[in-house]
Design a protein around this ligand. Structure first.
Ligand code: F6P
Length: 320
């Protein structure tokens, strides 16, 4: 394979730039050319691309966001959009494609592979950690660390005022950001989309912590489970505690990637290009039990994400 394309798609995630760098540099190492496609599948459909050189990816390993920019492209879900994407690839003689993105982005990659035979490799780049086949997605570690920084600050002021803080983190269908941020920040309670919550039980747990000497409480809620403002208002009405809501929002999508995310980016990007070089397409890369793996893209997107109930129980046992 002599020429490959590269795009980032869906919500951006810290570490995408580091993965772009790894893909470009590995491809150049193997004598391949790389075309960077702007604004995800929209740029592929509209033929917006640039040739990438060794120095195109200098000074980006530490930067959040994505230098290729990104978009959520509904047209890519249609056969017509997919045909336009394929004709752009053909026009430029691009023989294989690396897609960095989440579940929705992988579906576009799957269509290119399945219906048009374009060798495509997916790199899981999303803060959500919502893909079952990989233990971690790129950006998740940084996003959770950003949440931790904010929760630490909230704990200081909540303690001083003996308040309850309801902190909303991202995750529409997957509670992993809430689960990991909750357990590692010492939050007393998490509310996730995977488990229905019981307000009486939450109040009972808060009361119990207060009678054992706690001065504040942190409740981390995932956006897909409830809204922090509404939840805080309900809690305020049902108790005598002072309750405040904070929505972390898009802050958790930006920032310099952590060591863990930069390492994943290096390994995922390198592996993706090695697969294409060996003529292997139709795969996604990931990490499982500390090993970099690859898997059939169709199988990967059909897997349902499992919630880690053991970690949830651990939080309940140690966070009182
Ligand atoms: O998929 C990543 C994500 O950050 C989700 O956690 C969140 O629900 C969504 O994107 C927000 O999307 P947008 O940036 O388009 O508002």
């Amino acid at each position: 394979m002599k020429r490959i394309g590269l795009l980032t798609s869906g919500g951006d995630a810290p570490g995408m730039n580091a993965a772009i760098r790894a893909v470009v540099r590995t491809a150049i190492y193997f004598g391949m050319e790389v075309y960077g496609i702007e604004r995800g599948y929209s740029g592929l459909i509209e033929d917006k691309m640039m040739s990438m050189e060794m120095r195109s990816v200098s000074d980006i390993v530490q930067r959040g966001g994505t230098l290729l920019r990104t978009a959520r492209c509904l047209e890519m879900l249609t056969t017509e959009g997919q045909k336009k994407a394929v004709s752009t690839l053909e026009k430029h003689g691009i023989e294989g494609l690396v897609v960095i993105g989440g579940d929705g982005s992988f579906r576009g990659a799957k269509a290119l592979t399945e219906s048009f035979g374009i060798p495509t490799i997916g790199i899981p780049g999303t803060i959500d950690n919502d893909l079952q086949y990989t233990d971690y997605t790129l950006g998740f570690d940084t996003a959770v660390n950003t949440c931790l920084e904010i929760i630490n600050k909230l704990r200081d002021t909540m303690n001083s005022h003996e308040r309850i803080s309801v902190v909303e983190v991202m995750g529409r269908h997957c509670g992993d950001i809430a689960l990991y941020a909750g357990i590692t920040s010492g939050a007393e309670i998490i509310v996730v989309p995977e488990i229905a919550y019981d307000m009486d039980d939450i109040i009972m747990r808060i009361n119990r912590s207060r009678s054992s000497g706690k001065h504040s409480n942190i409740i981390v809620v995932a956006e897909g489970a409830t809204n922090s403002e509404a939840f805080a208002k309900q809690l305020q009405e049902l108790t005598t505690y002072s309750v405040r809501a904070t929505n972390i929002g898009h802050v958790q999508r930006g920032g310099s990637p952590t060591m863990a995310d930069r390492m994943l980016a290096a390994q995922f990007g390198n592996k993706a290009v090695r697969l294409l070089k060996d003529g292997i397409g139709n795969r996604v890369v990931g990490i499982h039990n500390n090993e970099i793996i690859d898997m059939d893209i169709i199988e990967a997107v059909s897997m349902k994400k499992h919630f880690n109930y053991e970690l949830y129980e651990t939080l309940q046992m140690i966070s009182m």
